[in-house]
Ligand binder design. Structure first.
Ligand code: COA
Length: 400
């Protein structure tokens, strides 16, 4: 039985900062951000959005009534969760109007969480073939104003339906994983921004790629010519390029040209949005599917997932004939172009206004065009709202 990604949807903030302007504000050469880091825009998550609302805004782009009836498990991967006990998946299931006869949990292992969610979902569908699993990858990547990690911030959510006979990507059996207890990036309890040793993190990411990639090739006997594209976790797109260069060492020119071209399509949305933490690899998959004209049924795609701390996995999938249908006709290039640019000082204000769960207060959401939004904390309870009884995914586009 084929199992894999049946549909994929994405949502991010309606606001962004231009990286050239951020570079000027930080007295850096813009090419450091544009080329050295590989980012052109950075999503600014307003205080009226968090992982739950971004996940709901992504999920309604793909869910039909039939999907809602078939979903029996919601797996919510995040490292910017909003409660130490209650799973974001429970809030989400309610906002989406899913039935009560489901399981709903939250998963965490830095940026690897969504991949763990997909592998868990795959096993669940193998045992329950008529069921669909909604896997969410949602994060708000915060390093802090004027920190080295600042140009690698961003935020958003990717929603994926995992099912039998998937429309987009059928997962293959083989995969290779690697885990080691290291401190390259973490967020101690109570801290709202990550602690990161950026250079160390970059090096461990590349070492973990080499480890899992080589182990995968040894296990399967495949070579570069067996892959139509290689996708990477992209906390900033230059890091994926560095990993690709490792894979292309000693490559035939035809493999180098093909994989380098496809990488450019696969990193485009990430360069326009910034870091999604655990969703970054899957935003890159969406970017490839939306922007490459060469993607076709039967091609093998390799996916490298990395989560600091650290854990990595390399796995593969085969593109399916109906992969375009799995995108639910959403024009993400148009949506990203509709976003509003804000100044660096407005971004700094919004960054400071976020309400975390131990704070009480109301959040202004009037200017937030999203179907789902966060309106504040009352009695330690986060308040979620929606526009209308059954919010339409198109509200965002109309209101922005
Ligand atoms: N033109 C082109 N490239 C330039 C440049 C210019 N004017 N100025 C600098 N660069 C390049 C550097 O050569 C470097 O490239 P390299 O990585 O190939 O060596 C890159 O831009 C970054 O410059 P660097 O001096 O290393 O930047 P930094 O010390 O400010 O730190 C990060 C950059 C990425 C390490 C930092 O943003 C960070 O810590 N980010 C978070 C790390 C992260 O995401 N970790 C999780 C991994 S999963």
């Amino acid at each position: 039985m084929k199992i894999g990604i049946n549909k994929i949807g994405f949502s991010t903030s309606h606001l962004y900062v231009d990286m050239k302007k951020l570079a000027f504000a930080r007295n850096e050469d813009p090419n450091k951000y544009l080329i050295g880091i590989g980012q052109s825009k950075m999503a600014v998550v307003p205080p009226s959005q968090d992982v739950v609302t971004m996940a709901a805004n992504a999920a309604i782009r793909i869910l039909t009534k039939e999907d809602r009836d078939r979903i029996s498990f919601v797996i919510f991967a995040t490292e910017s969760g909003i409660d130490n006990s209650k799973a974001a998946a429970v809030y989400l299931a309610h906002l989406l109007g899913l039935k009560n006869e489901i399981r709903a949990i939250e998963l965490k292992q830095a940026c690897y969480g969504a991949t763990a969610g997909i592998q868990l979902a795959r096993g669940f569908v193998a045992l329950n073939p008529e069921n669909e699993v909604l896997v969410i990858a949602a994060d708000n990547a915060r390093y802090g104003i004027n920190t080295p990690g600042e140009p690698t911030q961003g935020g958003g959510a990717v929603a994926m339906l995992i099912s039998q006979n998937p429309q987009i990507l059928a997962l293959e059996e083989d995969s290779t994983a690697f885990t080691q207890d290291i401190m390259d990036f973490w967020r101690p309890l109570g801290k709202t921004e990550a602690v990161v040793d950026g250079k160390y993190s970059k090096n461990t990411y590349l070492e973990f790629f080499e480890e899992t990639w080589q182990a995968y090739l040894d296990k399967t006997g495949y070579s570069l010519s067996d892959f139509a594209a290689l996708l990477f976790h992209l906390p900033y797109t230059k890091l994926g390029l560095k990993a690709l260069q490792i894979a292309l060492k000693d490559a035939q020119p035809s493999d180098t040209v093909r994989l380098a071209q496809e990488f450019e399509h696969a990193r485009f949305f990430n360069s326009e949005v910034g870091n999604l933490y655990t969703g970054s690899l899957y935003l890159s998959l969406l970017s490839l599917l939306c922007n490459s004209e060469k993607t076709k049924a039967g091609q093998r795609i390799g996916l490298f997932s990395y989560g600091s701390g650290a854990e990595a996995e390399f796995y593969t999938g085969i593109i399916q004939p109906d992969f375009k249908k799995g995108l639910a006709k959403v024009d993400y290039n148009r949506i990203l172009n509709l976003r509003k640019e804000i100044s660096v000082s407005d971004y700094e204000q919004l960054f400071k206004q976020h309400l975390f769960s131990v704070q009480e207060g109301a959040i202004s959401y009037k200017e937030d065009p999203a179907p789902f939004f966060f309106s504040g904390v009352h009695d330690f309870k986060r308040q979620y709202e929606k526009r209308g009884k059954k919010p339409s995914p198109n509200i965002w586009d109309k209101n922005v």
